[in-house]
Design a protein around this ligand. Structure first.
Ligand SMILES: [Zn+2]
Length: 57
C-alpha cells in the first residue's frame, strides 16, 4: 500500500462526511456538492488561506 501525498481529503463543512467516498467524486474539481446533505464545498486546494464567507446565491 502506498500513500499518495498529493491526495487531498475533502470533508463536508456541513455534515463532515468524507467527500472522497462519495460516488463520482473528483478531487480535481473546484467544488463538490455533498451527496449526503447537499452542501457545496469548495476545493480545499484551490481555496485561499483566509476563510472568506462567500455569498453565492
Ligand atoms: Zn454534507
Amino acid at each position: 500500500m502506498e500513500k499518495n501525498t498529493s491526495h487531498i481529503e475533502w470533508h463536508c463543512i456541513s455534515c463532515f462526511a468524507t467527500l472522497n467516498d462519495q460516488p463520482g467524486f473528483d478531487e480535481q474539481a473546484s467544488s463538490w456538492t455533498c451527496l449526503k446533505c447537499g452542501h457545496t464545498n469548495l476545493n480545499p486546494c484551490t481555496e485561499p488561506k483566509h476563510t472568506a464567507t462567500n455569498r453565492k446565491g
